[in-house]
Design a protein around this ligand. Structure first.
Ligand code: AGP
Length: 606
């Protein structure tokens, strides 16, 4: 996803902007650019590809100016190339933009009729010419207020002006934007992560607001152009380092970190002395919640789907789930005794934020399960349950998925206990089992070699299937998503019981099919589904848990056995081999594992 940086300083800014853009690379992008102001000119430099190629192709060290903006672009309108890269500039205005301007076609026609010339295929360029046009008849604040009202859609903007070389304008609607405060300089950034290396003092803009950032002063304005006051937050200082250490990829590091991140999550919520779960400051009476709706995208949606089984197992609550991009346009029947839970690693996913915003507008109970506690979804929810995984840099989510399902499992246990749906003895037994999870994950991570050798088979075929029932079905979906997004191979997750209703037609001789069949209540049924695909030529990779009983079938291509534990916790362990399968498959293909093609770590556009 696109990233923005802006710096207004008493010294040259180009090097700091480039360094900050590198911190935004994790978001995924396909071109980059920078614009500074010096000697009454806009110096714009941009190119397709990585920030490194910008540095290689241009002499950025001599890019003068104490004011500047930078951008990494994830293409929405217009192919990735140097013309469509940001910044976009007119003779006196330069803009970087995250988001989508939905009325750009009409605005472009209007501006061309006013004599403006366009160079790119982007929606962003209309913003440049609209501001240029409005500055002809209005002072800065009015021109900005007027421009923002004319734009439909979402944006986070960074704007500099040739004739005002001491300020940067930032504006936000639907796409996050933050201001940072430094010594003799101030900053604009898409998220706190981009600013953390320069400051830990941050102000977040809310939708409709804009700001004017000077090196020694920042002013904020509402959507009517009236000055407003905003809080300065002190960012949590992450101990977690942001480098790969001796791992080849962030994803490899984050897979191996899972025993620790799960241990941290357990420590945060489990009260060892009283064998209880602590969820401090829960803002609602338990009797005021009779149903739950869980909402997320991608991997976060899979966390919602898995937790539905736990909530149904451990509480008598009605539980529904939805993909955020569907929920936000559905004809929802909002009920005041429903708790809406938004699951999001980044806390900035546009569709999930829009779903939250809809619930807020209907005055619903909202709870965020997030990794980034300073994020928009966290800030705008009534209650936050952090997953405490530390920064997840790899675009493919691994430790955050386990962190999400851990917190959702803990919440289902706690609600079940508070409602009297589970007996105290069982509740305490499950808490005791939960504390063994980090060790079990550690042991499961050792299955490395078996998986490495298996993974190449997935590279030699045009598609594969991942099957599971019950708790294993969401894990099948997650495993398929990992393989798709890392090795660009078609992979489909399916409920094992659904195969005979059509997908069985896909099975060909030698097709790899991953069957998740832990020895839980669904085991026998899943094994018979497995027979159906074996009988039609599939090469089955069976993932199950260790047990004394032999697997009731031969003709299985490979078997991977994870540690045995209580059924509730098996989904955590079944996920590990699938993360590694996708990782090694992509490694063998030589693909960019931490930044797969076309993908972004935080999808801040719809
Ligand atoms: C996960 O591997 C994907 N990169 C993607 O599906 C991700 O889970 C989704 O975009 C949601 O992101 P979020 O958790 O930050 O909201």
């Amino acid at each position: 996803m696109c990233g923005i940086i802006g710096i207004s300083s008493n010294k040259s800014v180009s090097a700091s902007i480039i360094n900050s853009l590198k911190k935004l690379e994790y978001r995924g992008y396909d071109s980059a650019g920078i614009a500074t102001l010096s000697d009454g000119e806009i110096n714009e430099v941009k190119s397709e590809g990585r920030v490194d190629s910008l540095e290689k192709n241009f002499d950025l060290k001599n890019l003068k100016g104490n004011i500047g903006i930078g951008h990494v672009r994830w293409a929405t309108h217009g192919v990735p190339n140097s013309v469509n890269a940001h910044p976009h500039s007119s003779y006196n205005v330069s803009v970087v933009h995250n988001g989508i301007i939905e009325n750009s076609t009409i605005l472009k026609k209007h501006l061309i009729s006013k004599g403006h010339n366009f160079k790119s295929q982007t929606d962003t360029e209309v913003i440049v010419h609209l501001i240029t046009e409005n500055l002809k008849t209005s002072e800065l604040e009015d021109a900005i207020t007027k421009t923002l009202k004319q734009l439909h859609g979402s944006f986070a903007l960074g704007i500099v002006f040739k004739d005002m070389p001491d300020l940067i304008v930032g504006a936000r609607r639907g796409s996050p934007l933050a201001v940072g405060y430094g010594p003799n300089e101030n900053y604009l950034g898409s998220d706190s992560y981009a600013l953390k290396s320069m400051t830990n003092k941050i102000t977040y803009l809310d939708d409709g607001e804009f700001c004017i950032v000077k090196k020694d002063q920042v002013n904020f304005f509402n959507d009517e152009g009236k000055k407003i006051n905003k809080k300065i937050l002190e960012l949590s200082s992450d101990q977690a380092n942001y480098d790969k250490g001796d791992f080849k990829h962030f994803m490899a590091k984050e897979i191996e970190e899972q025993p620790n991140t799960i241990k941290t999550g357990i420590k945060e919520y489990i009260d060892n002395v009283n064998k209880d779960i602590n969820i401090p400051n829960f803002p609602w009476k338990i009797e005021d919640i009779t149903s739950i709706t869980l909402i997320g995208c991608g991997t976060a949606y899979h966390s919602c789907l898995l937790s539905k089984y736990w909530f149904e197992e451990l509480t008598s609550l009605d539980v529904s789930i939805d993909i955020a991009s569907e929920f936000r346009y559905r004809k929802n029947r909002f009920k005041k005794d429903t708790l809406y839970i938004f699951v999001s690693q980044s806390g900035e996913t546009a569709d999930t934020y829009a779903a939250l915003d809809l619930c807020n507008k209907n005055r619903m109970k909202t709870c965020a399960v997030v990794n980034v506690i300073e994020s928009s979804i966290a800030r705008d929810s009534n209650f936050v349950l952090p997953i405490h995984c530390g920064p997840e840099i790899g675009v493919a989510s691994t430790k955050a998925f386990l962190g999400q399902i851990l917190i959702l499992y803990i919440l289902s246990l706690k609600l079940g206990s508070l409602r009297g749906d589970i007996k105290k003895i069982s509740y305490q037994e499950k808490i005791k089992d939960l504390k063994t999870l980090p060790k079990l994950i550690e042991k499961t991570l050792l299955l490395d070699n078996d998986i490495q050798s298996i993974s190449s088979t997935f590279n030699e075929v045009k598609g594969s299937m991942f099957l599971g029932r019950g708790f294993s079905y969401p894990i099948a979906l997650e495993g398929a998503l990992k393989l798709k997004e890392l090795s660009y191979i078609h992979a489909e997750g399916y409920p094992a019981g659904e195969m005979k209703h059509g997908p069985l037609a896909l099975i060909e001789e030698g097709m790899p099919v991953v069957v998740l069949a832990p020895r839980d209540n669904y085991y026998k049924k899943t094994i018979s589904n497995m027979q159906e695909v074996i009988a039609r030529g599939a090469k089955v990779l069976l993932i199950t848990n260790k047990s004394k009983n032999e697997v009731v079938s031969e003709n299985i291509w490979e078997t991977i056995e994870v540690q045995d534990t209580n059924d509730d916790l098996l989904p955590f362990l079944l996920t590990i081999p699938l993360q590694k399968l996708a990782y090694y498959s992509a490694l063998k293909k030589g693909y960019d594992i931490d930044k797969p093609r076309n993908l972004a770590k935080s999808v801040t556009v719809e």
